[in-house]
Design a protein around this ligand. Structure first.
Ligand code: FES
Ligand code: FES
Length: 202
C-alpha cells in the first residue's frame, strides 16, 4: 500500500506516493529524478549514496523514504548556488579528488556534513570521518587533499572550471576524450545517466 509523503530536498517540496519499503535512494533517483546520488553496494558499506538529512550524513540505500517525512534532505545537486560550485566541489576538481566519479557525490556530502559541524578538522579527523566512504579507484590521498584544501582555505578564489591548475596533467582529457573535463564536472553536479550499476564490487 502506498503512502503519501512530503520530502524537502535541497529546499524544495516533493509530494510523493510511495510504497512503505521504498528506499530514499530510489525516491531521490527514480521518483524525483536527482541522479547525482549514486548507488554502489546497496548495503550500507560504500558511502556512494550518502546524503545529509537534518544535518546528519546517512546512507540513502538503507533509509526508508517514508522515514524522511518532513525532514530536510541535502543532495549533491543542492550544493552549487547561483552557478557557483560549493568549495568542496571546486576543491575536488582543482585537486583531482576523483577519478571515475562514482563515489564522489557521496565523498563530498560526507565531507560537507563534517565541515558543517567542524570547519577546522585535522587530517586525522577527516580520515576518520571519511572512513565510511570507499573509493574503488583508490584515490584516497587526493580526496583527503581536496577536503583539506577547503579546511585550509587553499582553493583558488578566481577558479574557473575550464582553466584547471596543473594538478592532473593528462587526466581526464586523455581518459575521457576531449570533452572529459565537462563530463567530469557534470559528475560532480548531476549525472546525465539514469543509473549506473556496477556489476561487481569485489
Ligand atoms: S550504496 Fe549505500 S552505502 Fe553503498
Ligand atoms: S573515483 Fe572512482 S570510485 Fe572513487
Amino acid at each position: 500500500m502506498k503512502k503519501q509523503i512530503r520530502l524537502f530536498v535541497n529546499g524544495e517540496e516533493h509530494d510523493l506516493q510511495l510504497e512503505a519499503n521504498r528506499l530514499l535512494l530510489q525516491a531521490l533517483r527514480d521518483d524525483i529524478g536527482l541522479t547525482g546520488t549514486k548507488e554502489g553496494c546497496s548495503i550500507g558499506v560504500c558511502g556512494a549514496c550518502s546524503v545529509i538529512i537534518d544535518g546528519r550524513v546517512v546512507s540513502s540505500c538503507l533509509t526508508l523514504a517514508v522515514a524522511c517525512q518532513g525532514k530536510q534532505i541535502e543532495t549533491i545537486e543542492g550544493l552549487a548556488k547561483d552557478g557557483k560550485l560549493h568549495p568542496l566541489q571546486q576543491a575536488f576538481i582543482e585537486y583531482g579528488g576523483f577519478q571515475c566519479g562514482i563515489c564522489t557525490p557521496g565523498q563530498i556530502m560526507a565531507a560537507k556534513a563534517l565541515l558543517d559541524e567542524n570547519p577546522k578538522p585535522t587530517e586525522d579527523e577527516v580520515k576518520e570521518w571519511m572512513s565510511g566512504n570507499l573509493c574503488r579507484c583508490t584515490g584516497y590521498y587526493k580526496i583527503l587533499e581536496s577536503v583539506m584544501a577547503v579546511v585550509n582555505n587553499k582553493i583558488s578564489p578566481d577558479f574557473q572550471f575550464r582553466k584547471p591548475v596543473g594538478v592532473w596533467p593528462g587526466f581526464p582529457l586523455k581518459a575521457c576524450g576531449n570533452d572529459g573535463l565537462e563530463k567530469s564536472r557534470k559528475s560532480l553536479l548531476r549525472s546525465e545517466l539514469p543509473r549506473i550499476e556496477p556489476k561487481t564490487l569485489d
